[in-house]
Every structure is written in structure tokens, then in C-alpha cells.
Design a protein around this ligand. Structure first.
Ligand SMILES: [Zn+2]
Length: 229
């Protein structure tokens, strides 16, 4: 095996004038990217849909090459930029007009919690791992599903939560890790338990049970605390 050529890995044929050229190229490309993103009409980025991630990735790769590759001209990248932005604006326009195109490009919002229980439809699709979803809910300060009337997974990947008012909070499946980990087919104390798969709450005696709703057989003692706002 040949010894590693460190100077080739770190410098290759970099010299002072090439370094200056890279600075100039990066400056131009940076201004171009900023201009293109402004033209996209989007106002900053918090949550990206997959469609937008695709746009950003394409812009990024088209921008990177002319920044540091000597024999890459800038205009081809500009053509790529303009094509992407035209595509973005056209699709955004079409998705606003036609719902089925929107579903195709962005996906659709999915109900994850309905009436204090996990929506079977939503969790069966496996679009969001349950622990990931519980972690989202915990960021809202939610302790158990009985506090949540509805939760919707948006196409951007964020979760929208609608709460039960305090006097309607019911016993529900705990989503705090220490409590949720205690799920088990064995019921040690008779009383209200929540199905660990779907959040269905039933009063059970200390023997084994199958959930009437989803046929899972692991249970967790419910919580019924109200939210502290
Ligand atoms: Zn169940």
C-alpha cells in the first residue's frame, strides 16, 4: 500500500491565487443562493416538508461545485437555480389549487390522537415512531393522553395539539418514560389501566387481558393529572 499523501488530501494544487478565486466564487454563490431563496417566497425555515428538503438539497449541490471547482462555471449553476425555483413556484401554485397534487407532493396531515386515545389508523401507518411522537408531546408538557383531545401530525413533521379543558381531562396512557416503561401483561393492582399500544382505558382486575380495541395485551396504570399551565 502506498503511503498517504497528506499534502494531496489537504491541499492538492491549492495555491494563493486559487484560494482567492475560491473566496470570490463562494461570495458570488452565497449571494445567488440568498437571492434565489428570497425569490422562493418562503420566509425563513423552521420545519421543512420533504418537498422543501428536496429543493434545499438540489440548491446546495448545485451551489457547492462552482464554489471550489476551478473548471466549473457559475452560469450553469444559475440555470439549475432558476429551474429549481420555477419548479418550486409552479408546484406551490398547483398545490394551492388542487388538493390531490398537494397530497402527492407534501403528504397529508394524520390524526395521531383522537379523544385521548391513539388513532389506530394513524399509528398503524408507522409514519412516526411512537417514542418519537411521545417525545413531541412531552415538549408540550403533556403527561398522559387523557389530557389530549386531538393531536395531528402535520406534513412538516411537527405535531399540533388540542387539549381537553381541565374539567374534561380523563385517565389516560402515561407518556413519561419511567411510567410507560412499566407496561406489562401482568396487572398487579386492579383498577384503571391504559393499553400501551393504543391508549384505550379500561378498568381491569389482576389477571391478563387483551385490549378490545387493538388486541394488544400490555397495560400501564393510568394517570389523570391535569395540565399545569
Ligand atoms: Zn389497545
Amino acid at each position: 500500500m502506498e503511503p498517504l499523501d497528506w499534502s494531496k488530501i489537504f491541499l492538492n494544487d491549492l495555491n494563493f491565487s486559487l484560494a482567492l478565486e475560491i473566496i470570490l466564487r463562494t461570495f458570488v454563490m452565497f449571494v445567488l443562493i440568498l437571492t434565489i431563496l428570497r425569490l422562493s417566497g418562503k420566509r425563513g425555515i423552521r420545519q421543512l416538508s420533504l418537498f422543501e428538503v428536496a429543493i434545499i438539497l438540489s440548491l446546495g449541490s448545485a451551489a457547492g461545485d462552482p464554489m471550489m471547482t476551478e473548471d466549473m462555471a457559475i452560469i450553469p449553476s444559475v440555470i439549475v437555480f432558476l429551474t429549481i425555483i420555477l419548479l418550486y413556484r409552479t408546484l406551490t401554485f398547483l398545490t394551492a389549487k388542487r388538493e390531490n397534487i398537494e397530497k402527492l407532493v407534501e403528504g397529508k396531515p394524520i390524526y395521531i390522537v383522537e379523544d385521548g386515545m391513539l388513532a389506530l389508523e394513524g399509528i398503524k401507518r408507522d409514519t412516526l415512531a411512537k417514542d418519537e411522537f411521545f417525545s413531541e408531546l412531552r415538549q408540550y408538557g403533556i403527561e398522559h393522553l387523557g389530557q389530549v383531545k386531538t393531536a395531528i401530525l402535520e406534513t412538516s413533521g411537527s405535531v399540533s395539539v388540542y387539549y381537553f379543558p381541565d374539567d374534561s381531562v380523563k385517565p389516560g396512557l402515561p407518556i413519561l418514560p419511567k411510567l410507560y416503561e412499566k407496561r406489562s401483561p401482568k396487572i398487579s393492582i386492579s383498577g384503571l389501566h391504559a393499553c400501551s399500544f393504543c391508549g384505550n382505558v379500561v378498568s381491569i382486575q389482576n389477571d391478563s387481558h387483551k385490549c378490545m380495541r387493538c388486541e394488544s395485551d400490555e397495560w400501564v396504570e393510568t394517570l389523570s393529572s391535569k395540565r399545569i399551565v
